[in-house]
Ligand binder design. Structure first.
Ligand SMILES: [Zn+2]
Length: 256
């Protein structure tokens, strides 16, 4: 329990860094300079203004200097990263395998929010996920008998990426190029079964949310609805809960 709480705090700290990446990288700004400041009054933030989660709560979501309200999004990203890290800690042993999963989840969060805001998926994070995935498979194979065999990884890449490439070609612009590239990388990470679970969840979630957005009039038919966030949610659920999801799916829906 103490270990999981530690992972949550670590996740929240990383989450406040992810907030900086999500905000600055699509605008091609540096993530180190200028130092963190209030976007409204420009006041440089002190250490007490930047404690993950707590600063937001104790300052009431406002700037200490000019009292401008900040969006709750930064708080959401910090809490979410904390939760993702803590849940990863339940399934992976401390060490390199867990570290690679932390990096993977951090990339998923960055891709989700940047795609949501700007409808783009930055190649640099796909590359980080790819290198991180090589490390994950390499270390995980050494640590567990449950590791994906290499043919399963190849099938994952082929089926996951291939299916999305087909949809991309058939839909002529209905699916983004970034979504296809992301699916290849997720296939590499998740293997065959994993990537099928991931895509299934992404299409179901994306479909339900898409219908709700259209029905409620928030989005029009022609508005772009980013698919990256759903792929990322699917990837998270698939990596940690994939085998359980497959079991329950067959149990309840197929009656096996
Ligand atoms: Zn301010």
């Amino acid at each position: 329990m103490f270990l999981l709480a530690t992972y949550f705090v670590l996740g929240a700290i990383i989450g406040s860094f992810l907030n900086v990446c999500i905000y600055r990288l699509p605008l091609e700004m540096s993530i180190v300079s200028p130092p963190s400041h209030c976007d409204s009054c420009g006041h440089r933030l002190g250490i007490l203004d930047m404690v993950p989660i707590l600063s937001y709560i104790f300052l009431g979501g406002k700037c200490r200097y000019c009292h401008t309200h900040y969006s709750a999004r930064s708080l959401l990203v910090e809490v979410l990263t904390g939760l993702l890290f803590a849940t990863a800690g339940i399934f992976y042993l401390p060490g390199l395998p867990l570290l690679t999963v932390f990096v993977f989840f951090s990339c998923l969060i960055i891709i989700t929010f940047i795609d949501f805001d700007h409808q783009i998926i930055l190649d640099k994070f796909l590359l980080i996920m790819l290198v991180d995935g090589i490390l994950f498979h390499f270390t995980y194979t050494k640590h567990s008998a449950l590791a994906n065999p290499y043919w399963d990884i190849l099938w994952g890449i082929g089926v996951g990426g291939g299916l999305m490439l087909l949809i991309y070609l058939l839909s002529r612009g209905g699916m983004g190029e970034g979504d296809v590239k992301l699916s290849f990388v997720l296939g590499f990470w998740l293997g065959l079964k994993g990537v099928i679970v991931c895509l299934f969840l992404a299409f179901v979630l994306g479909g339900v949310v898409g219908v709700l957005l259209l029905a409620s009039g928030i989005k029009k038919r022609k508005d772009p609805i980013p698919f990256g966030p759903y792929l990322c949610i699917g990837a998270y659920l698939s990596l940690l809960f994939g085998p359980y999801l497959i079991y329950y799916y067959w149990h309840f829906f197929a009656g096996v």
